[in-house]
Design a protein around this ligand. Structure first.
Ligand code: ACO
Length: 195
């Protein structure tokens, strides 16, 4: 996705981590700080809209305003090299995660209260899907959050995301739930009880 401003100046790193404060580390460039903040807001809003469209959702679940209102973390991947890169740079996609208090059923159907890290939104630009960028984002998130795939809960995964999790992480054995979250075998193993 291209923007009418310098994406590298707004985002800094190849994978940029943005939290509630909408202030990514490692920015560069001469633009005024206020401009950069506005550009980051525009970028997040546009990514959220593109993701919603790709998933057929009636409204985006990711926006700058929602980021400010929640303790979610966004991982945004930009194109660092290759023929597609223009002078202003481009955004490849993003992954949003956050902790949520959930009631989740184990294999026996017993309800457990947990506060897992949840995959909340995930999008790679249509022209770049199935090129490994989703895996790059996901790996970056796993390392940064110091977690493993089986520890995650996934909010309403699309068929593409289910295929992705199966292919890259062997997550195929979902434990049925009564909410919109999907968890997999191993979720409850050696998990510390909530405080
Ligand atoms: N059809 C089926 N499986 C797909 C597709 C597709 N069109 N695209 C990706 N996958 C899965 C497959 O397992 C694929 O492996 P394969 O090509 O060998 O079959 C694997 O993902 C490819 O891995 P990556 O290249 O690393 O993944 P990608 O860069 O395509 O990112 C993502 C995966 C984010 C799911 C991307 O396909 C996408 O943006 N899809 C549309 C939006 C979407 O469905 N997002 C998830 C919403 S649910 C949520 O966020 C909680």
């Amino acid at each position: 996705m291209e923007f009418p401003f310098d994406v590298a100046a707004v985002l800094g790193e190849r994978v940029t981590i943005v939290d509630q404060h909408l202030r990514p580390a490692g920015r560069r460039g001469p633009a005024h700080r206020g401009d950069l903040e506005q550009q980051l807001r525009t970028l997040i809003d546009e990514l959220g809209k593109a993701s919603a469209k790709a998933q057929g959702l009636p409204a985006p679940v990711t926006s700058a305003a929602r980021m400010e209102a929640n303790r979610h973390v966004l991982y945004i991947l930009r194109d660092a090299e290759g023929p597609r890169v223009t002078a202003k740079g481009a955004v490849v996609g993003f992954l949003k995660v956050g902790y949520k208090k959930l009631f989740l059923l184990d294999r026996d159907g017993t309800q457990n209260e947990a506060e897992p890290l949840c995959v909340l939104d995930f999008y790679v630009h249509e022209s770049l899907q199935r090129h490994g960028y989703g895996k790059e984002l996901f790996q970056h998130m796993l390392q940064s959050e110091r977690t493993e795939p089986r520890r995650l809960a996934v909010d309403r995964p699309s068929e593409k995301l289910l295929a992705f999790l199966r292919k890259h992480y062997g997550l195929a054995d979902a434990i049925p739930q009564v909410n919109n979250f999907v968890i997999f075998e191993g979720f409850f193993s050696n998990r510390p009880a909530p405080a």
